[in-house]
Structures are given as structure tokens and as C-alpha cells.
Design a protein around this ligand. Structure first.
Ligand code: USQ
Length: 384
């Protein structure tokens, strides 16, 4: 297939591009490189500096003999660029990761909230219009988030809910209660994409992904130049990756609040497997298909305890600290999310076991960690 990976320079986009290329697809990366700018803006950097996109593609060609084409441009700010790329490539599928991914970033102030909306919502709308003009049969695989649902006091279904009201029934998009402006942008995307499927007959798979963890994939391990980013800071680092790195530095694991808040999690290798499953089993024309993309549910406290216990076994302190929660989020809540869609299409999850944690800790210990600093504070959800 001809596949465009939007956001192909990112933590998930780069490994996805290599995986699809390894599988024999013709892969085109489109990326504005703006993530590197946002990182500089907040003073964050991945644990190891990343090669440029050009060097990554060159290294992949050297290792695999396969070419990944790339184009640098902003699909949100530059609709002409978006139309041109779609017209030239005429993709069979677009995997859309090209979004500002951090909830804390979106909560810093008015500017970061609005730039997150402009980037995420407008980028997706430009893509929809460009595809309708030049490749209306193309399958969009859109990265959404489990955080769209929030933490409702009822079971979380996969995207849709059958509702009975006053003796009548209908199938509606599941009601959303997101926990940050970032998560809200994903809700807006889902609504816009469902509309485009219903009114114009587009085909979309919305992957409501949980919190991803892990250092890399089969392809990133082939060569140092092929590594993906690993963030640990409070803005772009996600909780499990932060806890792993904190454990290796003998810094207490920073559990926000009492840690009873529960989320869905998945290994980065499973992200790739899920996206591959979506690519090989496309949504039908006119279908807005939603999968909840996570493999296990944990509370933040459970996660910290799992890592702490393995850390102690290998001689690290494994301390845990409960911090005042910088976010406004529910603790002690009900959480039961369905995730059978991808499993029924063949996903075999890689679970978070002791062996995996030990291996991850040992790998991180080998990495240069001179620039690691956990003293910075997360942005507050409450306005000052
Ligand atoms: N948390 C801590 N300590 C920390 C960092 C986070 O206790 O040092 C807690 C947070 O309060 C939250 C949970 O861990 O309850 C998850 O936080 P996170 O920063 O790992 O994840 P989140 O902000 O929800 O966002 C991340 C990704 C986002 C993705 C989302 C999936 O950045 O792109 O959409 O995970 S989900 O959480 O399912 O919405």
C-alpha cells in the first residue's frame, strides 16, 4: 500500500514508518518538525538527542535497503501543502499522528491551549478536505486517546453507546468527559471525522489509545541512528516512562495525588501491532470505526509499586513519593473500559511483567542520563 505517516518524526510515528516500510509498503513521512520546537520552547529534550529526519531516513535505507520518502511541511498551517501532498501521493492509507500530544502542554496558558487546538483540529480538517478532493477512498487511521472518555461512572464502550430514552433507542457517539484541552482536541477530531464519514462517506479508524510506554521496537533496535525519542519530563514524558527513569536515578517515583487514578496502558510494540491491524483490516467506506487501544488497566499507584518492587530487586532504592496533584482529575473513581475490537482482529498483547520492567531498567541504566533533571514542576491545571 501507499501509506502516509503524518507526524512520522515522532515517538510513535518514526517506528511506525519503519515497520510499514519493513512490511513492504511504500511509506511517505510528512512532518512539520514542530515537536522539536515545542520541546525547545518548554526546555524539554529526549534522553538522547535525535538524528534529523533526513539522517533517520538515510540510516533506514542503509540498514534495510528500503527507502522512506519524507516531506517537511505543516498540514495545519498550510492547506496548500496538504492538498499537494495528497494529490501527489494518492495514498491508500494515512496514519495520522501529527498532533500536539501533551495534556500538560495544552494547560500551560491561553497560547498553548489555542496552538494545540489550531494544530490538532485544523490539521485534521485540512487532511479531510484534501482527501475528499484527491483520494476519497483513502483510509484514515487516526490516533485518538482513551482520555477522550475521561473517567465516567459507567463502563466505557468502544466509541459508540446504544442509548434508550423515553422508549426510543439510538446508537450515539459515546459521551465524552476529557480531562485537558489536549484531550478535548481529540474529541473535536473524533466528532469532525465521524461527521465526514456520515455525510461524505469517508472511511476512518479512530484509535483511542491509552498511555504508551517503552523504549523502542524491533526496528529502532537495529541501529543507534534508528532510535525513537524517550521523554521523561513532566510535559512530554508519560507516566510509566517517567517512573522507569526515576527508578534508575534513585529519585522517588512521582505519584500525583493518592495515585488511585486509573488509565489504560500499552507497550509501544503493541501500538505498532494495532496500527498494522487497522491498516490490514480497513474501515468500510462511510464507516467511523473506533477501537480502544490499550492492553491493561492500572492505577498510577499500582504502576509505581510494580516498578518499585523490580527496582529494589536490582539494588535501586525504588522509593515512591505522593505529590500534590498538579492536575484536576478524579481519584478513587470507577474505571472499566472495553478493548475487545483489536483483540478480536488478532492483537496478542505484550504485558507489563517483571521481566519487561527489569529489562527496561537495565537498558536505561546504560543510557547517558547527564541531562536528566526531575526538579521541574508540571504545569498546574488550576488557573493561578
Ligand atoms: N502522573 C503521575 N505522575 C507523573 C506523571 C503523571 O502520577 O509523574 C499521572 C497523571 O496525573 C495521570 C496519569 O499519570 O493521572 C497519566 O498521565 P500521563 O502524563 O502519563 O498521560 P496523559 O497526560 O493522560 O497523556 C498521555 C499522552 C497522550 C495520550 C494519553 C493517553 O501524553 O498523548 O493521549 O497519555 S490517555 O491517558 O489514555 O488519555
Amino acid at each position: 500500500m501507499r501509506v502516509i505517516v503524518l507526524g512520522g518524526d515522532g515517538y510513535l510515528g518514526w517506528p511506525t514508518a519503519m515497520r510499514f516500510s519493513a512490511l513492504g509498503h511504500e511509506v511517505f513521512i510528512v512532518d512539520s518538525l514542530i515537536k522539536r520546537y515545542w520541546e525547545a520552547e518548554v526546555g524539554a529534550s529526549p534522553i538522547e538527542p535525535l538524528p534529523t529526519l533526513r539522517d533517520r531516513c538515510k540510516a533506514w535505507l542503509g540498514v534495510s535497503g528500503k527507502k522512506i520518502e519524507y516531506s517537511v511541511g505543516d498540514i495545519a498551517k498550510n492547506p496548500r501543502f496538504t492538498y499537494k501532498i495528497i494529490e501527489q501521493i494518492k495514498p491508500d492509507a494515512v496514519v495520522h499522528y501529527a498532533e500536539q500530544p501533551s495534556a500538560p502542554y495544552s494547560m500551560i496558558n491561553r497560547e498553548t491551549c489555542i496552538s494545540t487546538h489550531n494544530n490538532n483540529v485544523n490539521g485534521t480538517l485540512n487532511l479531510v478536505f484534501a482527501l475528499m478532493k484527491h483520494a476519497p477512498d483513502c483510509h484514515i487511521i487516526k490516533l485518538g486517546t482513551m482520555g477522550e472518555y475521561g473517567t465516567p461512572n459507567i463502563d466505557i464502550e468502544e466509541g459508540w453507546l446504544n442509548v434508550e430514552h423515553n422508549g426510543r433507542s439510538d446508537r450515539m457517539l459515546y459521551p465524552k468527559k476529557p480531562g485537558s484541552f489536549y484531550h478535548l482536541t481529540k474529541v473535536h477530531d473524533s466528532n469532525n471525522l465521524e461527521f465526514a464519514c456520515r455525510i461524505w462517506g469517508m472511511r476512518v479508524t479512530d484509535l483511542n489509545q491509552g498511555v504508551v510506554y517503552g523504549l523502542g521496537t524491533e526496528e529502532t533496535r537495529l541501529d543507534k541512528q534508528l532510535r525513537t525519542s524517550f521523554h521523561f519530563d513532566s510535559i512530554f514524558g508519560t507516566v510509566l516512562n517517567r517512573f522507569l527513569l526515576q527508578a534508575t536515578m534513585n529519585v522517588p517515583l512521582t505519584v500525583y495525588g493518592n495515585g488511585s487514578q486509573t488509565r489504560g496502558f500499552l507497550n509501544i510494540n503493541d501500538t505498532l501491532n494495532c496500527v498494522q491491524i487497522a491498516l490490514e483490516n480497513p474501515a468500510l467506506q462511510g464507516e467511523f470505526r473506533v477501537f480502544n487501544q490499550f492492553t491493561e488497566q492500572f492505577s498510577v499507584r499500582e504502576l509505581a509499586e510494580k516498578i518499585s518492587s523490580v527496582a529494589k530487586k536490582i539494588g535501586l532504592s525504588g522509593d515512591i513519593e505522593n505529590l500534590d496533584n498538579p492536575r484536576v482529575e478524579q481519584e478513587n473513581h470507577y474505571y472499566n473500559a472495553k478493548n475487545s475490537g483489536l483483540m478480536s482482529l488478532g492483537l496478542k498483547p505484550q504485558l507489563l511483567d517483571e521481566f519487561w520492567i527489569k529489562n527496561a531498567l537495565e537498558n536505561i541504566i546504560q543510557m547517558p542520563r547527564d541531562n536528566v533533571d526531575f526538579s521541574e514542576k508540571s504545569p498546574l491545571w488550576k488557573l493561578k
